[in-house]
Design a protein around this ligand. Structure first.
Ligand SMILES: C[C@](O)(CO)[C@H](O)COP(=O)(O)OP(=O)(O)OC[C@H]1O[C@@H](n2ccc(N)nc2=O)[C@H](O)[C@@H]1O
Ligand SMILES: Nc1ncnc2c1ncn2[C@@H]1O[C@H](COP(=O)(O)OP(=O)(O)OP(=O)(O)O)[C@@H](O)[C@H]1O
Length: 283
């Protein structure tokens, strides 16, 4: 008998602002950032196996299975929970890699929450978020599934309710290495912390933008194009660039101007992740 399959969404995130406050002794940077999800992402399908094997069936160009965050998340959860079960995994990958929209981190979180459900582990969100943090700074917010103001390296999360506009997200044909941007000597690392909550208007800057735009002409082009229609922002360390619109029709109108060399997608901003909405509907 074949095991029943469960398909779960793995949405992208946007950083609505990103300030770098300083650098810690371990090289990681202290940030203040606002995370919001969009209703657009990958889909991951899971089927439980009873032999304990963890098998990813979809190939990723340039990412060996052992370093894939999906496989790493599954193995870590299996090890730490002592679960004897295994899993077959397939992914429909639409999110660009190195785009600053957190595709890998989101995949890791969907895997943790999906397996917690299917293996019936009963782990709470705190425990899953702590495991997630060991896989990447962006994983905890995807585990929590709520728009958040993040501090520390991104793990200290306070839920927030920003507006939920339609976004046009531009995807320049270039992958940006997060580590490379954070090690650039020209990066601004001394932005004073915002102490007032909610974050006051006028703090939508991304401190990574000047360094990314300087290194990547493709990102500069995207910022220039979108900037003709709305405030154009960089998410994370790029490469993706996004802007908000009051309606889908207005975002679609600008999207229609895109070409093969600069693609993009239109998606609704969402303060509750698609993953959590789907999991809620299963209960
Ligand atoms: C820029 C953001 O996308 C904002 O959401 C994240 O902070 C990056 O999160 P991420 O991709 O999960 O990053 P990780 O995989 O944890 O780190 C990749 C590399 O970026 C650098 N890094 C990352 C996060 C951070 N707060 N400070 C850093 O200096 C480190 O060199 C690290 O080795
Ligand atoms: N399941 C996965 N999906 C995407 N990338 C993965 C995955 N597993 C490992 N990786 C590796 O992680 C790198 C970063 O991928 P990711 O899609 O998270 O980038 P990103 O959107 O820039 O993330 P962030 O916003 O967290 O900086 C990839 O270039 C790839 O080598």
């Amino acid at each position: 008998m074949t095991a029943p399959r469960l398909t779960l969404p793995s949405p992208a995130k946007l950083n609505l602002m990103l300030h770098i406050l300083g650098r810690r002794a371990d090289g990681y940077h202290e940030l203040q950032t606002l995370f919001q999800f969009v209703d657009y992402g990958d889909e991951i399908t899971f089927a439980v196996r009873d032999d304990g094997v963890i098998q990813l069936h979809t190939e990723f160009a340039g990412v060996p299975h052992d370093s894939n965050l999906i496989v790493r998340a599954a193995k870590m959860l299996q090890q730490q929970s002592g679960c004897p079960l295994g899993i077959d995994i397939w992914i429909d990958k639409v999110l660009p890699m190195g785009g600053g929209i957190g595709g890998g981190s989101s995949n890791a979180a969907t895997t943790l929450l999906g397996l917690n459900h299917l293996w019936q582990l009963g782990w709470d969100e705190d425990r899953l978020a702590a495991l997630g943090l060991s896989l990447g700074a962006d994983v905890p917010v995807f585990v929590r599934g709520h728009a958040a103001f993040a501090e520390g390296v991104g793990e200290k999360l306070t839920p927030v309710e920003p507006e939920e506009p339609w976004y046009l997200v531009l995807v320049p044909q270039v992958s940006v290495s997060t580590a490379e941007i954070f090690s650039d000597p020209l990066l601004t690392r001394n932005t004073p912390p915002i102490k007032v909550r909610p974050v006051p208007e006028g703090n939508s800057r991304n401190d990574c933008l000047p360094v990314v735009a300087r290194r990547y002409p493709e990102v500069r082009n995207a910022l220039d194009l979108l900037g003709k229609f709305t405030e154009a922002k960089l998410t994370g360390t790029g490469s993706c660039v996004f802007g908000g619109f009051p309606s889908k029709a207005e975002a679609d109108k600008v999207s229609a101007l895109l070409t093969e060399t600069l693609t993009g997608f239109v998606a609704k901003g969402s303060n509750v992740s698609m993953l959590h909405r789907k999991l809620q509907s299963l209960l």
